[in-house]
Design a protein around this ligand. Structure first.
Ligand code: SAM
Ligand code: SF4
Length: 353
């Protein structure tokens, strides 16, 4: 593949405000945020996310870059203003910059406010400058610990040095970074290292967001052992830090605190203990073109069939409309203490974090 995508069926959008055919669900929420998993593959095997011997999807089931562009552009045409590419690891998808460069046309027209990604950082040193050149302004980088040996154990295959080099390159390219860390209990958890992560992130002008583990997909480890409620972690952090509740709202599920000692911002995403569904403005698409209207529910719509059935976007848009008409009011996660089965059977790497 060259670095040009020879398609663009949807005309670039010029609308800066909500189009008249905006995607509004039955609960009155407008869908303005699309997260797209561009691949289920990854160069890490984080213990809370994947089993070591994952079976990945056959290539024919995965949308081509052209199909992903069409799909994203259809959502943009219907009022989506923020696009996040995720995975799996988005930067291991072959020719990913071709897609990102192509999608950046929607930034140029003003149809899209933000094009961003969530990455494990392993390939950032290579791509940071290109991402910035495509109009990407901010990215999320996932780092659960700054201890290189523990990082290797948690990710199974990851190299902390490479991730740090990626963070350096991204900042040098002018990208704003938010660090994400999953809070993990137990022997191989990271609870003891959270203070260091806070100081590191804030010392480098990065926000840090802590995430509770969610019961998504079968993994080798026991989720009950890994689950660390953020309410308990926050109480313990208050022994070391002055945390002042902040009314900052990023439009997502995080709740924020200002850390007195560092001056930085600390976010908490608590899907297990806090219900944030009322203001949900997002949907997710997997790399096979399956649309999930809620991360915590199994109801989904196949967008690949209408995408592949015709070069026109008519059937695709109809399928999107029907699906948004079924967007549920909220999720119902539980980490079941009796059954070892996950509450939702698909992995986070399939739906995209
Ligand atoms: N590979 C990229 C990365 O790690 O940033 C993007 C995909 S990853 C699935 C997105 C986010 O989901 C990461 O921050 C990861 O830590 C988080 N994640 C993965 N599995 C999770 C789980 N079971 N519960 C909570 N967060 C999870
Ligand atoms: Fe890969 Fe991200 Fe899952 Fe880790 S959390 S295995 S980096 S997809």
């Amino acid at each position: 593949m060259t670095n040009q995508i020879a398609f663009m069926t949807a005309a670039p959008q010029a609308a800066a405000s909500a189009p008249t055919n905006a995607l509004v669900d039955p609960h009155g929420r407008q869908v303005t945020y699309l997260r797209v998993s561009v691949t289920d593959r990854c160069d890490f095997r984080c213990t809370y996310c994947m089993a070591e011997d994952m079976t990945f999807l056959p290539k024919r089931d995965v949308l081509s870059l052209e199909e992903m562009d069409r799909l994203c552009s259809a959502f943009v045409a219907r009022g989506v203003r923020k696009l996040r590419l995720t995975g799996g690891e988005p930067l291991v998808r072959k020719d990913i910059m071709v897609l990102i460069r192509s999608l950046s046309r929607h930034l140029d027209t003003g149809a899209l406010d933000e094009l961003t990604l969530t990455t494990n950082g392993s390939q950032l040193a290579r791509y940071a400058a290109d991402l910035a050149a495509c109009g990407v302004k901010r990215i999320n980088v996932s780092v659960d610990t700054l201890d290189a040996a523990k990082f290797r154990r948690l990710t199974r295959w990851g190299d902390l040095g490479k991730v740090m080099a990626g963070i350096d390159a991204a900042q040098a390219a002018g990208l704003k970074i938010k660090l994400n860390a999953v809070a993990l209990a137990g022997e191989d958890g990271n609870e003891a290292e959270i203070p260091e992560l806070i100081r590191f992130a804030h010392g480098r002008d990065m926000e840090l967001t802590l995430i509770e583990t969610m019961p998504l997909g079968a993994i080798t480890a026991d989720r009950n052992d890994q689950y660390l409620p953020l309410s308990a972690l926050r109480a313990r952090l208050m022994d070391q830090f002055t945390l002042v509740a902040s009314d900052h709202d990023s439009g997502g599920p995080a709740r924020y605190w200002r850390v007195g000692e560092t001056g930085g911002r600390l976010g908490f995403i608590t899907p297990m203990t806090h219900n944030f569904c009322e203001s949900c403005n997002r949907v997710r698409v997997t790399c096979t073109g399956t649309l999930y209207m809620c991360l915590g529910q199994d109801d989904a719509a196949d967008l690949r069939a209408p995408l592949r059935a015709s070069e026109s976007d008519e059937a695709l848009l109809r399928a999107i409309d029907e699906a948004i008409g079924r967007k549920p009011k909220g999720h119902d996660f539980i980490i079941d203490r009796v059954s070892p089965r996950p509450a939702v059977s698909r992995h986070m790497s399939v739906t995209g974090g």
